[in-house]
Ligand binder design. Sequence first.
Ligand SMILES: [Zn+2]
Length: 85
Amino acid sequence: MSAGMLGPFATEGEALDRPEVRAICGGQLAAVLDALDFAADELRDRVANCGDCDAHPADLCGTCENRLARAGGWDTVAGTLRGQQ
Ligand SMILES: [Zn+2]
């Protein structure tokens, strides 16, 4: 996980020291997984309906290349969390 995804925390270890962060391993995990899945699907829908991609020679514009990378990152986080269930 990159530092940019940790919000106010400098390191992942620092984030995990906080009870509210550890709570996602309990009852809030399903909500976090739902949000990650929803967000990744939303980005993929935007890619599928992007006019810039239609006009791009590679059928994928730079914005959507970034969208797919972000969606893939969220899939990885969700997979990691599911592995801890
Ligand atoms: Zn696009």
